[in-house]
Design a protein around this ligand. Structure first.
Ligand SMILES: NC(=O)c1ccc[n+]([C@@H]2O[C@H](COP(=O)([O-])OP(=O)(O)OC[C@H]3O[C@@H](n4cnc5c(N)ncnc54)[C@H](OP(=O)(O)O)[C@@H]3O)[C@@H](O)[C@H]2O)c1
Length: 324
């Protein structure tokens, strides 16, 4: 059995990886904890079991190895997706669990069913539990993580800023400044910070890079009692326009788009239908959309959004609507 060398970061860690002669067969040994895992083949999602027992440092090294040069010929399409624990983000993550893909998901909660599905599909999945109200911290973490990746092992890399929140649905005069600040931090500041980290850390990479920001029709049309949400999405649209201009000046600039995904049957719609009617003059519209079956399901919306991301003209228009 051949001992694989760890990445530089993991060289002195108390774990080792051995590859058996058969391609893809390998054994992970966490010597410090005497944990041994024998995944049968391939991208070995069983390794996550070992990761679970390892220290943070070992974990980083193993993940680097998994996506790294020790898997000859295997180039991954890497997707970084926020808000994948439920709603449309979860549906996107589920649909992205395909051979040749790798996912990094970020939300406050991890989704155990997604983890199981990834293991079954043998797709490398990492779930970070991070509150995107701390966009700066998330961006720093992403930047460090990306710097540990080897672009030679990747076929493409995409950042999908999907997480978003609606603050309490109230006119501005009744809104709490802290609620407005929170919605803007999660819905605008964090996507901007993640975009900056992503574009900065991958700037020298020559492979296809994409940023998909999930916006809303409400970034383009004003609605009473929705100032916080509308402002976050309008800001997202406009910073994406600026970012598109920046990237157009680069040799291998990223393709970027702020996309309205349609109206989707998720918790967010439950929140809109459940708002106090007297404070929300448009509430009847949302009740009718549900009553008349006019909402997209999360899987339908996710499929449309991912198809949009895969279009050859993705990024031609920095602000778009999936229904275009
Ligand atoms: N639903 C619609 O009709 C509709 C229409 C237009 C646009 N959109 C946009 O589409 C996107 C997805 O919407 P959705 O309806 O799927 O929403 P959702 O069901 O409410 O799910 C929101 C996702 O964002 C994550 N999230 C929320 N707050 C977070 C925080 N502070 N830190 C990290 N993650 C956080 C949630 O995970 P955790 O709770 O685990 O953190 C969850 O995974 C949003 O950007 C939304 O604005 C939705």
């Amino acid at each position: 059995m051949e001992r694989l060398s760890w990445s530089a970061a993991g060289a002195d860690l108390p774990s080792a990886c051995y590859r058996s002669p058969a391609p893809w067969r390998w054994v992970v040994v966490c010597e410090a904890l005497s944990q041994r895992v024998r995944p049968s083949c391939g991208q070995g999602s069983d390794a996550d079991a070992a990761v679970f027992h390892m220290t943070q440092g070992c974990c980083a090294a193993l993940r680097k190895w998994r996506l790294g040069p020790n898997m000859p010929g295997m180039k991954h399409h890497l997707y970084i997706l926020t808000g994948a624990s439920r709603g449309m983000g979860l549906a996107m993550a589920e649909q992205l669990l395909q051979a040749g893909h790798a996912l990094l998901c970020i939300s406050r909660n991890a989704n155990p069913a997604l983890e199981s599905a990834a293991q079954k599909a043998a797709v490398p999945l990492t779930q970070w539990t991070h509150d995107l109200a701390d966009g700066t911290g998330a961006a720093a973490r992403l930047s460090d993580w990306l710097e540990d990746q080897n672009p030679d092992d990747l076929a493409s890399v995409s950042l999908i800023n999907n997480a978003g929140v609606i603050p309490p649905i109230l006119p501005m005069s009744q809104s709490q400044p802290a609620d407005l600040a929170w919605a803007l931090r999660v819905g605008l500041e964090a996507p901007m910070a993640l975009c900056a980290a992503f574009l900065g850390a991958t700037q020298s990479w020559t492979l296809p890079r994409k940023v998909l920001n999930i916006s809303s029709g409400l970034g383009r049309y004003a609605m009473a009692s929705q100032a916080g949400y509308c402002a976050a999405k309008a800001g997202m649209d406009h910073f994406t326009r600026c970012m598109a201009l920046d990237e157009a000046l680069q040799d291998h600039g990223a393709r970027v788009c702020s996309l309205a995904p349609g109206v989707i049957d998720t918790d967010m719609q439950v929140q809109l239908r459940g708002a106090a009617g007297e404070a929300f003059p448009d509430q009847a519209k949302f009740l009718q959309l549900k009553a008349h079956g006019q909402l997209s399901s999360a899987p339908q919306a996710a499929a449309q959004v991912l198809a949009f991301l895969g279009r050859p003209d993705f990024g031609d228009k920095p602000v778009a609507d999936v229904r275009d």
